[in-house]
Structure formats: C-alpha cells, structure tokens
Write a protein that binds this ligand. Structure first.
Ligand SMILES: Nc1nc2c(c(=O)[nH]1)N=C([C@H](O)[C@H](O)COP(=O)(O)OP(=O)(O)OP(=O)(O)O)CN2
Ligand code: ZN
Length: 145
C-alpha cells in the first residue's frame, strides 16, 4: 500500500516509529473563495504519523501502532469532517482544510500520548489529500512536544 518516502524531521529521541493508514471522508470548505471545494465532496486521505521517545512501555512499545490508527480512523473514516467538533464552518482556522486536518490529527494523537507514562511525542503528521496535494504538520511553539 503506502510505501513512499516521507519528509524527515530531526529529533533528539532514541526511538522513532511511523504509522501509515488511510481513511475516506467527505468535507466542504464553507467559503465562496474555495471554488469547487465549497461543495461537499470526498477524498481518501493518506496519513503518516511519526512518534518518538526514549522510553518503552511494559509491552516494549513506544505506543501501540493500532492505538494510533484507531484514534483517527474510528473518528473520521466514512464521516463528514464538517460534522466533527474539531472543525467549524465559521472560523477559517478550523475549516477542514488539509492543513487544519493535519493539525487536528496531531492534537488528537498528542492528547493520547500525554496520558502515557513513557511520554512519547508526536513530531510529524503527513497528510495527503489528493495524488498531488499534501500537508506536513510539525508541532511548533504553541504545541506541547
Ligand atoms: N492550501 C490548500 N489549498 C487547497 C486545499 C487545502 O486543503 N489546502 N484544498 C483544496 C481542495 O479541497 C482539493 O481537495 C484539493 O485541490 P487540488 O490539489 O487543486 O485538487 P486537484 O485534484 O484538482 O489538483 P490537480 O493537481 O490540479 O489535478 C484546494 N486547495
Ligand atoms: Zn477536498
């Protein structure tokens, strides 16, 4: 399936894991300037999530690959993204664009990682919306790493 080269981000951690998966979802961008994207349409989103850390848990995992996928896939697959509480039709910073969806995936994953004793960190989310369009989100100053 998705076996491609992703951007690499430097980090100080000993372990780095990556999880690939995809989900199908509909969305629309609620602004006239979004052109054809203002109409409801669907994509198969391809996701690569990068997580790093120094400590493994009691199973020898940094974090279970399956748990990472489930956080996003169970929430968004075969849904209308605009209906999810993470997004808004009124505030551009929360329109379900590729950029905002990538940032939201980071936030959902990092919130879960924050509950783990070994404290792994999500350091990159790669989100491909179409064969020719993708976004890379990396936590910045406003995010907890
Ligand atoms: N910065 C962004 N620009 C656009 C977004 C976005 O999320 N962020 N979204 C869209 C559309 O919703 C669409 O999903 C993608 O548009 P586009 O890449 O133009 O799609 P095409 O398949 O038509 O691309 P071609 O390479 O021209 O075939 C628009 N812009
Ligand atoms: Zn779209």
């Amino acid at each position: 399936m998705m076996q491609q080269i992703y951007p690499v981000t430097p980090h100080p951690y000993s372990f780095e894991i990556n999880k690939d998966f995809h989900f199908a979802a509909a969305h629309y961008i609620a602004h006239d300037d979004a052109g054809k994207c203002k109409h409801t349409h669907g994509h198969t989103y391809f996701v690569n999530i990068t997580i790093a850390g120094d400590e493994l848990d009691h199973t020898g995992f940094l974090v279970d690959f399956k748990a990472v996928k489930n956080l996003i896939h169970k929430r968004f697959d075969h849904g209308l993204l605009n209906d999810d509480q993470a997004f808004s039709d009124d505030e551009p910073n929360y329109f379900p664009t590729t950029e905002v969806i990538a940032r939201t995936i980071y936030e959902v994953v990092q919130a879960h990682l924050n509950t783990l004793a070994n404290q792994p960190a999500c350091i990159q989310v790669y989100l491909r919306e179409t064969p020719t369009s993708y976004c890379v989100y990396r936590p910045g100053k406003g995010d907890k790493e």
